[in-house]
Design a protein. Structure first.
Length: 199
């Protein structure tokens, strides 16, 4: 390709370009998360927007470790045998939410099929810790499917998160390829149960 042809190529539109933040708030967010030894879906799932979120002093907390028992095709979180739950993690998440002055706290988790309750009790403890240390904050959870276990779902619900989310990620036809350890109908069942119990 000669220089004339290179110059003739159209430039990418400005709306497609993103400048990396240069403010101190990104560094402060990273330092706080490192200090409290917290995992975020922003980093573990390699979210392309985490620069923007951390620069605004917010993050999505990922509890129950950074090793998932499932290997979903859409996700970049490491699949490996998880470590034991950290008993003080709920308190650390609550402390981060307080110090970040979050008015809306989003808590998600890796799938923990190695645990009898799928990590539901850990969710409950985290919700309650955040509410105690950061009263008034809206608490949103984004849970795994807990293998559609009624007791696990109820364990999270008794902590009264303001918002209960569970992602389906894709359509029924593509679910076996994208979420090999989950099923479309199981996810719908989880959402249906949550709605019936708290709708």
């Amino acid at each position: 390709m000669n220089p004339a042809e290179i110059k003739a190529r159209p430039r990418l539109p400005e709306w497609l370009r993103t400048r990396l933040p240069t403010t101190d708030s990104f560094g402060r967010t990273r330092a706080l998360l490192d200090e409290l030894k917290l995992h975020t879906v922003c980093e573990s799932a390699r979210c392309p927007n985490h620069w923007e979120c951390w620069s605004k002093g917010t993050a999505t907390f990922m509890i129950a470790g950074d090793r998932c028992t499932r290997a979903c095709g859409f996700c970049a979180v490491t699949t490996a045998k998880p470590f034991a739950l950290e008993a003080d993690e709920p308190a650390r998440v609550a402390e981060a939410s307080r110090r970040m002055r979050l008015r809306h706290v989003v808590i998600t988790a890796v799938a923990r099929d190695d645990l009898p309750d799928g990590g539901a009790e850990h969710f409950r403890q985290t919700i309650e810790a955040v509410r105690k240390l950061n009263p008034g904050a809206v608490i949103e959870v984004l849970t795994p499917d807990f293998n559609d276990c009624d007791e696990a779902i109820e364990t999270v619900l008794v902590a009264h998160p303001h918002i209960f989310n569970h992602n389906l990620e894709t359509v029924r036809r593509l679910t076996p390829a994208v979420r090999s350890r989950a099923t479309y109908d199981r996810s719908l069942s989880v959402l249906r149960k949550v709605k019936s119990k708290r709708g």
